[in-house]
Design a protein around this ligand. Structure first.
Ligand code: AHR
Length: 341
């Protein structure tokens, strides 16, 4: 059946067709429509000897761990002959989103990033996927249920780290005679390590109701944050037995506050931290910290291997978990002379 169109309807149809054609051209120019991943995306195919370009969005420079992680990524990229476009987000999600969009515009071959918080990534990751640029998560996870938005996640098991902290507490601080009062310095609110380290620790200490977390607050993974929050904890709670800090830096800041309050860190207040960077290990060797759960920042070499595989279109595991250990005072003394970071 033939239909006739009025002039305004015809104009509308022509305009709609023009928009569709323009959108198709943009998608074609981006190499879009395909799966993020296989073959490496980006402007250069990175085969036939062409240099791979990696866009890396770092969380910031909040801790000794982060400094060591940045150096590891930069050194490993140079050693692997990978061109690194590095961006520091200064602990702000909006800066990371901007950086990822800029990497998409620059047509890098692979994007890697350590998400400052877990939520809110779907839109920008979908943009990378549409541009056919594979994404690798390093260090921290996102909470998106759509795992096709990234190729792999390389980093620690933060829940396990929290559990190790709780297990040490159960074995080493006696709760049979009465309650053990714990204060907790959390990492950045909404970040994977803060959520998981809190969860892992809580799950283990729940075995005995005498272990009580009497205060828990974020110190944003920084030394100054740890000091400030610990000062407030000490003012509000005269009977603190244990401090659990989600990283060494906050623990070190808290030690300053504890000493300023006339107490002896490691004795009056037992201290458990996570990371095992040099300054933390020194405090452990000196008896100011009692136990450290290691979180390995040296992710660079493994990241570059994954980048090369992804660009070559090879399969990579969906999850690569970092190998880690724990340290007491004796182990810290033994490890310190060779500690790289
Ligand atoms: O995501 C890893 C955590 O981030 C480290 O434990 C902490 O020190 C850092 O800031």
């Amino acid at each position: 059946m033939r239909t006739t169109m009025t002039l305004p309807a015809l104009r509308k149809r022509v305009a709609a067709l023009a928009i569709t054609a323009a959108a198709a051209l943009v998608l074609a120019a981006c190499g879009g429509g395909g799966e993020a991943g296989g073959g490496g995306g980006g402007s250069a195919p990175a085969d036939g000897g062409e240099k791979i370009t990696l866009g890396f969005s770092q969380v910031g420079a909040e801790s000794g761990w982060r400094t060591a992680n940045t150096k590891s990524v930069q050194d490993s990229a140079a050693a692997a002959g990978i061109e690194l476009k590095f961006s520091d987000a200064q602990q702000k999600q909006e800066n990371q989103i901007k950086a990822i969009r800029s990497f998409i515009q620059q047509r890098v071959n692979v994007i890697a990033f350590s998400p400052v918080v877990e939520s809110g990534w779907d839109t920008v990751l979908m943009e990378a996927k549409r541009a056919n640029i594979p994404v690798i998560l390093t260090d921290r996870a996102v909470d998106s249920p759509d795992t096709s938005l990234y190729k792999t996640f390389l980093g620690s098991d933060f829940i396990e780290e929290g559990k190790k902290a709780g297990e040490w507490l159960l074995k080493n601080v006696d709760a049979s005679a009465g309650p053990v009062n714990i204060v907790e310095l959390q990492g950045t609110t909404g970040s994977a390590p803060a959520i998981d380290r809190q969860q892992g620790f809580a799950d283990v200490i729940a075995q005995n109701p005498n272990y009580k977390v009497i205060a828990s607050q974020t110190g944003d993974f920084t030394r100054s944050g740890g000091k400030q929050v610990m000062e407030a904890f000490l003012k509000a709670n005269p009977d603190i037995d244990v401090l659990y800090a989600h990283n060494d830096d906050m623990g070190l800041g808290a030690i300053e506050a504890i000493e300023a309050a006339g107490k002896v860190p490691g004795q009056d207040i037992k201290i458990i931290t996570v990371d095992a960077v040099k300054d933390g290990m020194q405090a452990l060797a000196d008896g100011k910290i009692n136990f450290i759960v290691e979180c390995n920042p040296l992710l660079g070499p493994q990241l570059m291997e994954l980048v090369k595989k992804v660009v070559a279109g090879e399969e990579v595991p969906a999850r690569v978990v970092t190998q880690e250990t724990t340290f007491d005072t004796a182990a810290a003394k033994a490890a310190l002379p060779d500690r790289q970071y």
